[in-house]
Design a binder for this molecule. Sequence first.
Ligand code: ZN
Length: 85
Amino acid sequence: MVNLRIGNGYDIHRLGPERRLILGGVDIPHALGLVGHSDADVLTHAIMDAMLGALSLGDIGHYFPPSDPQWQGADSLKLLEQVIA
Ligand SMILES: [Zn+2]
């Protein structure tokens, strides 16, 4: 018997000026970037939500709320490391 868990994750950030466009930790040169409290890496956020959802552990907003200044400009790959741990 295989213990298989599946999670779905999605995330949305709007594009805006004077922001970096980071997808999956890759900094993509572009005139617009993703707006958010952290680095707004929408791909990494969706992966984290899928992992947390598969384990019924809530979502990234619970662990890294935008109301908490410690996550301002956070590197989402560092947040992913915490989710994996
Ligand atoms: Zn996000």
